[in-house]
Design a protein around this ligand. Structure first.
Ligand code: 0PR
Length: 394
């Protein structure tokens, strides 16, 4: 910092300079985020100073957060669940807005651990959770922070978690299972109904990571069961800042029962509220306003159109890539495609260096990973495939 401040003009020229190094999502096929909807941007601006860490001071923003929890509860079929209202528990569902999938996953596992500990379960060894090998790296952070062993179950040939492997990994120290509804690398959905059966049989919690898929699966032509309709599902992570078209940071964590939120509570003696169950203290009210507004503005119809558009792009890229001789690893379930190309790492590097295309790579097997988002267009896909043809012919 300088002793004397800069002028507004100097600041904005400095900012523009930095912004010119950002990608603006042009030629980006590697991101699960996108440009926020203009309604979300405007709502974000209106509530820029609101702090959800102090609900007493920001009652209006808090109402918007509750409304988002209610709307997400309906989207995820929590409406048939009867729990008493109060706090952030709407008549049917409990939860709060997080900073994204990472925080939601951390808090879901923290809730499991606290509830099991409160139930005075004796552990012979370290408590563990069983998650798919495809799970997001946020679960490695869980392991690190909470002293929980993370057991990774293998995948079947379609990159869904293998149920036999899950059952083999469960032991007397297992506290919960995790299923992914839209995994990061392949967009595949784990068999949540089967995980639910195993969870109920073994009296385990079942957390569903629908950080990406939560705003996709309900709007697909043939949605697969993944939400609170499945009886054993105890919590769900869903991110409005991905396919929900809200601003960053916008995540959400929903629970089937209020006991989960209770298990996360710590007392906050000097605040306007007595306790807090969130991971972060100061929280963005702007994100709550943004998410609430874009959900109300688009409605089910708007999100259906958004998903339809992304799925059309997905079909187009698969169809055209096939003509070039590149097969997808699986028939895409949602708007994520993993293409088998020779030497994917080299192809990725050339696509970026020569043509400015941002793509990513799946871990095992290595394939070209493309996420088809609202910021992409059919024209982009044609140009991309021409360039892919060039770099793979070299
Ligand atoms: N769960 C799943 C299934 C995810 O795909 C992700 C993130 C998370 C949890 C964690 O969410 P947060 O990053 O919001 O905490 N998936 C993307 C990834 O890691 C995130 C991302 C988004 C990465 C945009 C790059 C990017 O440009 O690939």
């Amino acid at each position: 910092m300088n002793e004397q401040g800069l002028s507004e003009r100097e600041i904005f020229s400095y900012l523009e300079n930095a912004k010119s190094e950002d990608t603006d999502y042009y030629r980006v096929f590697s991101s699960m985020c996108t440009r926020p909807h203009k309604i979300a941007i405007e709502a974000n601006r209106l509530f820029i100073e609101a702090n959800l860490g102090d609900l007493g001071l920001f009652a209006g923003a808090h109402k918007l957060e509750q409304e988002v929890v209610r709307m997400l509860g309906n989207l995820l079929h929590a409406s048939s669940i009867d729990v008493p209202s109060g706090g952030l528990c709407q008549s049917s569902v409990c939860g709060y807005l997080t900073t994204g999938g990472t925080e939601s996953n951390i808090q879901a596992v923290r809730g499991m651990k606290n509830l099991v500990t409160a139930g005075k379960k004796e552990f012979k060894g370290t408590p563990n959770i069983v998650i798919p090998a495809s799970a997001h790296f946020s679960f490695d952070k869980v392991a690190d922070m909470m002293g929980i062993e993370v057991r990774r179950a293998s995948l079947d040939s379609e990159f869904r978690v293998d149920m036999a492997s899950v059952e083999k990994l469960i032991n007397e120290n297992t506290i919960g299972l995790v299923g992914i509804a839209g995994n990061t690398e392949f967009g595949q959905i784990d068999p949540i109904d089967k995980l639910s059966e195993v969870a109920l049989e073994n009296e385990l919690f079942l957390h569903v990571d629908a950080a990406f898929g939560g705003f996709v699966i309900p709007f697909l032509e043939k949605p697969q069961p993944f939400d609170f309709k499945v009886p054993g599902v105890t919590s769900i992570a869903i991110d409005p800042h991905k396919m929900g078209l809200s601003t960053i940071p916008s995540g959400a964590l929903l629970f089937r029962s209020p006991s989960f939120l209770d298990s996360l509570k710590v007392s906050t003696p000097y605040l306007t509220t007595k306790s807090q169950f969130t991971l972060t203290g100061t929280r963005s009210g702007a994100s709550a306003a943004a998410t609430c507004s874009v959900m109300k503005y688009l409605g089910y119809e708007g999100y259906r159109k958004n998903v339809q558009y992304c799925m059309e792009l997905t079909s187009k890229i698969v169809e055209e890539a096939r003509k070039l001789g590149f097969e997808p690893l699986i028939e895409p379930v949602m708007n994520v495609v993993a293409l088998k190309v020779p030497n994917p790492d080299l192809v990725r590097e050339r696509l970026l260096k020569k043509f400015g295309w941002n793509v990513s790579i799946t871990r095992t097997p290595r394939a070209l990973r493309l996420v088809l988002m609202p910021h992409n267009s059919p024209e982009d896909i044609e140009l991309f495939l021409e360039d892919l043809k060039k770099v793979t012919a070299e």
